[in-house]
Write a protein that binds this ligand. Structure first.
Ligand code: ZN
Length: 356
């Protein structure tokens, strides 16, 4: 009985071990299939995004004789500003190139644009030296303290209308660079577009109901300092155009209702709407309506949220410290030159704003 008992116990133990091995094999097989499924899902998503981008890029405006006069002029003006600013050299925060030369070029250009304004709009040009501090959760948590970073501002508003200056759309780009690059793509390409847009708005015949504020910020690469300085309203702005200030609305930041952040993590292709910080779809709808060739992709937003890509933009600062909804519109192609010496003028494709 005892021997038999021992035998049957041993047999049961062998059975248990065999069962466990079989179960482990099954688990391991199912774990392998889960991984395989995830890899396949990821690869097919990447492939789909790549193909979608390729197909959409077919519509890139290339300039040349087929381009309309308007597009040629807009493109030439944008490119001229990019050339001039790029010739200043690397523009790191605190450098003379950034704090004086680039700032002075922008102010000069905006004053020249202002001189062309038709009578229906008020054009104000201002600068800001701003200081402050703030915390972000970027890379596990960063404390930022800054002093005297530079902003150049232009507000274009209709002379008529009670709400013309109390409701403004903010357009933002940055003219500073990271180490060792002239930043022709990041972010001069967008600075050039904004300057050309300013000229279009002050000389065009289009009707404006609300103000447009153009913020050329001089400290994005060192963790979005200048954007924070503007939106937290912690330093006064200095008008370059005295006598024209809109006395009722001296705090420009308070009037901002939405922001379009123009960025680049590459230098070419078509601009891509990568994310919005609005809780509703209203901004996406407005973008779709106002854009001749809208182009957006939720994958970019997912990448930002997952924190796989260690990057952030001024848009988060406007959201977190100004409670302002907005969208990131970014150049993403030719990313190999991003934050590198290769981000230079001769690698920048012809400007391509296909808007009529
Ligand atoms: Zn940038």
């Amino acid at each position: 009985m005892r021997l038999r008992g021992k035998k049957s116990k041993a047999a049961e133990t062998i059975k248990d071990v065999t069962r466990t091995i079989r179960e482990n094999k099954l688990k391991s097989r199912s774990s392998v299939s889960s991984w395989l499924f995830l890899v396949l899902l990821y690869s097919s998503s990447v492939l789909l995004v790549f193909l979608a981008n390729k197909l959409q890029s077919e519509y890139v405006y290339q300039g040349g004789s087929s381009a309309s006069a308007f597009n040629r002029t807009f493109a030439d003006r944008s490119m001229e500003h990019i050339k001039q600013l790029s010739s200043i050299g690397v523009r790191m925060i605190g450098s003379d190139q950034n704090e004086r030369l680039a700032r002075d070029y922008l102010v000069r250009s905006l004053l020249e644009i202002r001189a062309k304004a038709n009578g229906s709009v008020l054009v104000e040009v201002a600068t800001q030296r701003t200081s402050g501090r703030f915390d972000t959760d970027f890379l596990g948590g960063l404390k930022n303290v800054y002093s005297n970073v530079t902003n150049v501002l232009c507000r274009i508003s209709p002379r008529e209308g009670s709400k013309s200056r109390s409701h403004a759309l903010l357009l933002n780009s940055h003219f500073d660079t990271s180490i060792g690059t002239r930043g022709a793509g990041d972010d001069l390409s967008q600075v050039g577009v904004m300057l050309a847009l300013a000229e279009l708005f002050v000389t065009g015949k289009q009707h404006m109901s609300h103000a447009l504020i153009l913020l050329f910020n001089g400290a994005e690469e060192s963790n979005w300092l200048a954007a924070h300085g503007f939106i937290s309203n912690n330093s006064p702005i200095t008008y370059v155009t005295p006598g024209e200030e809109a006395g009722n609305f001296p705090n420009w930041a308070d009037s901002v209702k939405a922001v379009v952040n123009l960025e680049a993590i590459g230098s070419g292709g078509r601009e891509l709407l990568t994310r919005t910080t609005s809780k509703s779809s209203s901004l996406v709808e407005a973008y779709k309506l106002a854009t001749a060739y809208p182009r957006g992709n939720v994958v970019a937003d997912e990448i930002f949220r997952s924190k796989i890509f260690p990057g952030e933009t001024d848009l988060s600062v406007f959201r977190d410290f100004g409670r302002i909804p907005g969208m990131d519109i970014i150049f993403v192609e030719n990313g190999y030159g991003y934050h590198a010496a290769e981000d230079r003028l001769d690698r920048l494709p012809p400007p391509s704003p296909p808007r009529e």
